[in-house]
Design a protein around this ligand. Structure first.
Ligand code: SIN
Length: 190
């Protein structure tokens, strides 16, 4: 599979004809909303857990030294907390481009804090995409993040902004916070 998923995502027609669509964000989409939206609400999706297992060759790393960013991996008992945005369908051109390094649009139900549910879209980079890096220890992930930087800035900035956003949401994530703890050691030693 090529790194660039834009063309595949354009063919996703699940919400065609809808005047607005809910988008669930669990990574940079929580802390960097560089698109207009009609509404924004904390939300969660079930059956997925957040992991720094996706490579970033275009935003937070390079081809020679990829960074690591989050994707979701299936986990029947897990609930992933994030931020949902109600957007008009036109926004998906920008979103597909932004998430083009291996992420595919997937239709998902999401639950808001008042218990109500809506169907919408989440971008997930599956294990069979070319940029996938897969599991590593939190310490090794932190080491890689400490040394990576790309056109969007240092990889560490992504991790720290995500950890801060999850704290602000009141939704701690042990995997993210453990990597953050190790990153502090690597940055202090540098
Ligand atoms: C997301 O934030 O929902 C997708 C992953 C990312 O762009 O960091």
């Amino acid at each position: 599979m090529s790194h660039d998923t834009t063309a595949i995502n354009r063919r996703m027609n699940r919400f065609d004809g809808h005047p607005s669509v809910w988008l669930f964000g669990y990574g940079s989409l929580i802390f960097k909303a560089d698109f207009p939206y009609l509404e924004r609400r904390p939300a969660s999706i079930s059956g997925w857990t957040r992991r720094f297992w996706q490579g970033s060759h275009d935003h937070r790393g390079t081809q020679a030294a990829p960074g690591r960013v989050v994707t979701l991996v299936p986990d029947a008992l897990a609930v992933c907390h994030g931020m949902a945005y109600l957007v008009t369908p036109e926004e998906f051109a920008h979103l597909d481009y932004r998430e083009k390094n291996g992420y595919l649009r997937l239709a998902t139900p999401m639950t808001f804090e008042d218990g109500s549910r809506r169907d919408g879209i989440v971008y997930i980079a599956a294990h069979d995409n070319a940029a996938y890096l897969g599991p590593a220890s939190e310490r090794d992930i932190a080491r890689q993040i400490a040394g990576a930087r790309g056109p969007s800035g240092p990889n560490s900035e992504y991790l720290l902004a995500l950890a801060a956003a999850l704290r602000a949401l009141g939704k701690p994530d042990a995997h993210v916070f453990e990597i953050e703890r190790h990153l502090a050691d690597f940055l202090a030693a540098a």
